[in-house]
Design a binder for this molecule. Structure first.
Ligand code: VGL
Ligand code: ZN
Length: 195
């Protein structure tokens, strides 16, 4: 499955707060960083990153009755992309979850789906037909981003060894959602192969 100019790599939320010592640790997240760095060396002409980018009083936080500890607050160290991530070949950076009263897991939309982030238009302008999604967390933002990509009619693949999950149970649910939408699961090694 060689990488072509019509392919894009979407690196979801590789941010300090999701890594060891962060506010919302995704178990095993460190292991995927070298894999993602290898992916950025593959001949993708379009590589984008996303960031969860919440105001300090965001509705998804426990302090506001939401499901998550406070994480990825705009302008803080926890919201920065990991300094381990190679960003030299990244063409654009997108942010989501930026408004207080709605959360957004998908990289394609902000404000609960009402506001496009610009990612869809950006990919179309660059002639992208197929997207490979990786990053954090598999069972939350990666799955939602991949499902949206498929709805937007990109051929969509998730690179499983370049993802980590918050919980095994929600990871299983995410996998069945991806299967329902005919989204293929691949490994980084599959991308290195010809044919
Ligand atoms: C995420 C939980 C809350 C993610 C973001 O990036 O997967 N998970 N906010
Ligand atoms: Zn969040």
């Amino acid at each position: 499955m060689p990488v072509t100019p019509a392919d894009a790599l979407i690196i979801v939320d590789v941010q300090n707060d999701f890594l060891r010592g962060g506010a919302l640790v995704v178990p095993g997240a460190e292991r995927i960083l070298p894999v993602i760095n290898q992916l950025t060396d593959m001949p993708f002409q379009t590589i984008v990153t996303t960031q969860d980018w919440h105001p300090a009083d965001h509705c998804s936080f426990h302090s506001s009755g939401g499901p998550w500890p406070r994480h990825c607050v705009q302008g803080t160290y926890g919201a920065e992309l990991s300094s381990v991530l190679h960003t030299r070949r990244v063409s654009a950076f997108f942010r989501k979850g930026t408004m207080r009263d709605t959360d957004s897991y998908s990289a394609f939309s902000d404000a609960g789906g009402y506001h496009p982030t610009g990612l869809n238009g950006f990919l179309h302008e660059r002639g992208v037909k197929r997207v490979f999604v990786c990053g954090l967390a598999y069972d939350v933002c990666v799955a939602d981003t991949a499902c949206d990509a498929a709805l937007l009619e990109f051929e969509t693949r998730v690179i499983t060894d370049a993802c980590a999950s918050i919980q095994p149970e929600t990871a299983r649910q995410a996998t069945s959602r991806l299967h329902q939408r005919m989204i293929g699961l691949v490994t980084a090694r599959d991308l290195n192969m010809r044919a």
